[in-house]
Structure formats: structure tokens, C-alpha cells
Design a protein around this ligand. Sequence first.
Ligand SMILES: Nc1ncnc2c1ncn2[C@@H]1O[C@H](COP(=O)(O)OP(=O)(O)O)[C@@H](O)[C@H]1O
Ligand SMILES: [Mg+2]
Length: 542
Amino acid sequence: MREGTSRSRGRDAQRSNIMAAKVLAEVVRSTIGPRGMDKMLVMGIGDITITNDGATIMKEMDVQNPAAKMLVEVAKTQDSEVGDGTTTAVVLAGELLAGAESLLDRDVHPNVIIDGYRDAAEKAQEILEKIAVSIKPDDQEQLKQIALTSLNTKGIFGSQTHFAKLAVDAIRQVMEKHDGKVTADIDLVKVMKKHGRSLDETELVNGIIIDKEVAHSEMPKTVTGGGIALLNAKLEIEKTEIDAKININKPEDMYLFIQEEENMLKEMVEEVAKTGAKVLFTEKGVDDQALSILAKKGILTVKNVSSGDMEKLAKATGGAVVGTTRDLAKASLGQAKLVEEVKIGDDKLVYVRECKNPKAVTIMIRGGSEHVVDEAERSLHDALCVVRNAVEDGKVVGGGGAPEAELAKRLKDYAVKVGGREQLAVAAFAEALEAIPVAIAHNAGIDPIDIMVELRAKHHSPQNLWYGVNVSTGKTADMWKMNIVEPLRVKKQVIKSAVEAVTMLLRVDDVIASKGTGEGKGPSGPSGMPPGMPPGGMYGGM
Ligand SMILES: Nc1ncnc2c1ncn2[C@@H]1O[C@H](COP(=O)(O)OP(=O)(O)O)[C@@H](O)[C@H]1O
Ligand SMILES: [Mg+2]
């Protein structure tokens, strides 16, 4: 091996990997649940982010350690697949690794642990499917509770109910039913944010907001009930690619030349006006001259709209984006009751409002400061995802640590049946799951041992299936009755993401780090602390 290459093998490699991953899980553990704390992340240039969102914390931390990086991946997968449960997945992964560590100490072979964990995970998925409860995608009240469960763990200061309603209304607007199957694409919910005002003034617009101003000062700033033309073409005279030379001998020729250009532009504008459109959105540029003709015709024009926004405009207004002005037949026009330019702070935006049954909508987040709207945006993302998961799958489970406690109980029973050394791993898996109710309790200042004793006792009776942690009383309670509900998809993915990463890490028995693979000191850096984390900084308040 080259000089400077560091290598750690066997138990050493495993141990230091586990250590690094556990440290990272420890960082986010204190944010879990309704009483979880937030983290303040300070970037290199002094920018700060205050968040409770597991995925964001993991992404923004500059983690160098390769094993710890795998936990960052867990958070990212969880976030992109299901949008919520990121912290839970990371904490579970950390616990599974801690469990594996003590089994390794007892000389259980990594492969036995891996098999046991896989087996337990599969069984857990089965149990989750079995205990899940069906809901209807039209059950607005239930959907609101699901959104609320996700939002209640976030620092959005008393606006949870308002945000829950917005998330449900938005998803219900964009969801589609085909042959009894429901789909909802959250990309069709455009989320925008402008700081100022308060979170309660966050608004769902049944249409699209474009972050651009009306293109000409003499155009109308408000149009009610006109057709909307959507164009993907320049309203400009094309410059030729090759250099062309035009000989102009008389001043009249020059005049004619300019006149001809103007006529061409006029003709294009005429084609737009002919359709009866009162509003024009175009993806490309518009010549100044064309703009002034459009203004004279009273057509509100917005130019250089992004292609994503054009697509959403089409979905929202029911119009079609066409490639040339000639193709702008009346049928391709979109409709909205109101198009208006609105000034927010120093910015001007164009609101396309009250579309009829829009298939794309916009939520405009408002809030006291930039940090507030940023965190509100992350929270809203989670809420939109959980509502989407619930309408698409129609299956939910109770929250508050109830499913984890139930899984733990059933997996412990199952472990006995598995027998052999593998049962140790299945039992360790069950115990790792209990870390979730424990963390929720701990973060709420409740004694974790007392609550676990109580929870285990409750889960002995089948009718107490949904008993979890009541953070207000410090006792156990039926989470279902308390309307604390989560999509089945989130819980299933938590187990999947955690187990995948953990088994992959456990299979490693040799870490070879060549010089120059980042400043990280390799997996056996001092105390296994992932480099790039401020010393002691992340531990304040934990
Ligand atoms: N009111 C509540 N009481 C108890 N537990 C709750 C409550 N609301 C949410 N939870 C639980 O908090 C956990 C989610 O916490 P959260 O901080 O959002 O982490 P994650 O990033 O994993 O979603 C879930 O287990 C959820 O059921
Ligand atoms: Mg959450």
C-alpha cells in the first residue's frame, strides 16, 4: 500500500464505524417528537439555519466520516421516498448499530446479526401491514390529523392547524383517481415563501404564482376572467445565424426595412390578440416593440417564465403551451377568474387566481423572518408528503411510539421462535425499536424507564395496540384516540432505510483510507467524532 494509507481491520474497523454512526444518531435524537428541540446550524460563512428537520440537519452538517455519511444517506433516502420520519430512521439505525456492537462483543458473527436483522425487518413489515388501519382519501378530517401529527413536531408556532388544512386542501386539489387508484404528485403543489406578515397569512392559491412582474408599465395590472395564452416562443425578430449583408442605398429603404420588422412583430401580437387572450405568459423573451403593442392591446404579459412554471400554468388553467403564435387557437387558452400583479416587499409577483378545478396549485408561505419561513417550508414539505402517502396508500398507523412498542413486543415473541444465535439479533432489533418511544418521552422530560415499563405492560393486551407516549401527562395513552396518526408508508420506510444502511455497515471488516480522501482522519479519528462537526458545538442542550 502507498505511504500514508491508513487501514483498520476486523473488529477495529467495525467498532469505529459503529461509533461514528452512533455519534451522529445521538445528534438528532433530541429533536424527535412533539417536544423535540431544534438545532442551530452555523455554516462556514456565518449563515445560520434553525431546524427540527432530521433530513436538513444531516444534510447541512459537513460530515466527513465515511460510516457517518451512510447515516446521512439514510436521512436523505427517507426524505426523498416518504418525506417524513427522517429522525426516526437515523435514531433507529444508531440503535441497531449499538445493539450489533454488544452482540459483536459477545462474539456473535456479523453475518448472524445481519441475518437476524433482515429477518426481524421483514417480520416487522408484515406486522405493520397487519395492524395498519384503512382510511378514505376523501376523509378530510382524518387527513388533517395526519398532517397535524407531522406538523406538531415542528416549530411553526401555533400555525399547525392552518398549515394542516392548507396541506390537505392542496393535495386533494392535485390528486387524481384512476381505476380506483389514487395518485398525488407533490411537485404540482408549488411552494413559495416571502418573509413578512405572519405564518397565519400563508395562503393557498388555486392557481399559480409567478415570481416575475408584468413586462410593461402600461399593461393592465389586473385582469378578470380573460383567456390566458401560454407560449413557448420568442416575440422577437430572429437574428440570423450567419452574417448577412443588406445593401441599403436610399433612406427610404432603411425605413422600409424597419417597417417590415415592425410588421412582423405586429402580426405575431395580432395572432395572440385574435384568440381573445387577455393575458400572455411566455417562456421566452419579448421584444420591447412587441411589448408596447401588447400594452396598447391591453394584454397583460409576463415573459421569461421558467418551463416548470409554464407546465404548472397549463395544469392550473387548463390551457396548453404552444410553440408558435400561429398555433394559439382559442381552444388552447387557459382560464382563471383573476390574474393580478401583487407587490410583496420589494418584489412584484403575478398571481393567477381562482382557476376552475386546477390540477396545480401554489402555497405562498409568509412569516416574521427568513428563518421562520424557511422552517415553515420544511415543515410544510413533510406535511404535504404525509398527506400524499395517506391518500395514495389509504393506510395509516398510530404514532407516538405506539407502533414501535407493538413491534417490539411481537418481535420479542417471534425471537423465541427463531431460536439459535439469530434470535439474539431479532431481540436486539426489538429493543432498538423501543428507543423511539423512549426518545419521545425523554425529550418531553418524562422518565424513559417508567414509561417503558408502562408501555410494555399495556402492549400485552391486544386492545392496547395503539398505546404510546402522552407527552402532556407523562403517561401512556391510546394514540389513536388522541388522533396521533401517521402514514403506514413512513413507518415501513423507516425500517427499510435503517436496516439497509446498518447491514451494509456491518458487512465491512476492512477500512482502507488512502491519503487525500478528504481531511477526515478516517474511521478511527479521535473518539470517532465525525470531523467537520464543531467540537462540542452540537451538544449544547442535549
Ligand atoms: N402529539 C404527539 N404525541 C406523541 N408523539 C407524537 C406526537 N406527534 C408526533 N409524535 C411522534 O413523533 C415522532 C416523529 O417526530 P419527528 O420529530 O417529526 O421526527 P421524524 O423526523 O422522524 O418525523 C413520531 O413517532 C410521531 O408519532
Ligand atoms: Mg416528522
